[in-house]
Design a protein around this ligand. Structure first.
Ligand SMILES: [Zn+2]
Ligand SMILES: [Zn+2]
Length: 273
């Protein structure tokens, strides 16, 4: 089971545990129906993990190699200090160490990531982090955004998804995301694989092994999401192996094609020109 924790986008000072645990890490709604006890703002999802948050103290270490503005400002932000103090500290410390509980480590990791500073966390931070708190309020008008997904113009396989302010009629943050990744249906795929010594068949076997599979009456049966089984479908199509899939697969499957040296050359030319 997965446990989820919310944060107040305004106070950003503590985690609030969601009442319900869920089977999947992506099953939690972004917006909680609970409000911040201090300011009354609606809470938003901050992190999800397989275990509950305990009193572990995490240690973030990063190198103080640059003395640029972004770096120093980040230090001020994470330490709650001023520029002068941080500049003095840099003079004699090679590594900056920040120790803190889960919520402070979470906030510090976000600040460092935002400033493109690489860091290490010890022990490993065992939660999946969401940056919802930074985009759940519109920076222009302050109202609560909504999660929105819409079709993209001229792009068939991708959708736009992000946080949208309905009052300003503007995206606060958005990105393109493949329709495969957005498809949460679990498909049941069945096919028969001939026993023969062939590199391509071996490759299909390895793909099968990497997915939840079972063998029934000589048939391979796989149940998983669209994104997970897609490469396998491409290989089956390339080898002209017929298969059954339920529910019917709405995404277009193109036959798998090895990348040749010619293709590589073409890609490299595109990148360098
Ligand atoms: Zn608050
Ligand atoms: Zn707005």
């Amino acid at each position: 089971m997965y446990y989820a924790y919310d944060i107040c986008p305004k106070c950003r000072n503590k985690f609030f545990e969601r009442k319900e645990a869920k089977e999947n890490e992506h099953d939690f709604d972004v917006y909680s129906d609970t409000c911040c006890e201090k300011c009354g703002e609606g809470l938003v999802l901050a992190c999800v993990g397989k275990k509950k948050i305990d009193d572990t103290i995490y240690r973030i270490t990063f190198r103080a190699t640059e003395s640029n503005e972004i770096f120093l400002n980040t230090l001020c932000e994470v330490n709650g200090s001023d520029l002068r103090t941080e500049k003095d500290k840099l003079a004699d410390e090679k590594n900056i160490v920040l120790e803190g509980d889960a919520v402070h480590t979470f906030l510090n990791m976000d600040s460092l990531t935002g400033a493109a500073i690489s860091y290490e966390v010890d022990p490993d931070f065992p939660f999946l982090r969401f940056g919802n708190y930074a985009v759940c309020l519109c920076p222009t008008c302050g109202s609560k955004t909504v999660v929105k997904t819409e079709e993209m113009q001229d792009v068939e396989d991708y959708m736009l998804q992000g946080f949208f302010c309905e009052k300003c009629n503007e995206w606060v943050m958005h990105c393109s995301i493949s329709k495969l990744a957005l498809d949460n249906a679990v498909y049941c795929l069945k096919f028969v694989l001939e026993e023969k010594n062939d590199v391509k068949i071996e490759k299909i076997k390895r793909l099968v092994e990497s997915l939840p599979n079972k063998l029934e009456d000589g048939q391979i049966i796989i149940s998983d999401k669209a994104e997970k089984i897609y490469t396998l479908l491409q290989h089956l199509k390339a080898e002209q192996i017929s298969y059954e899939i339920v529910p019917s697969f709405s995404h277009k499957v193109t036959a798998y094609k090895e990348v040749t040296e010619e293709d590589l050359k073409e890609i490299l030319e595109l990148v360098y020109n």
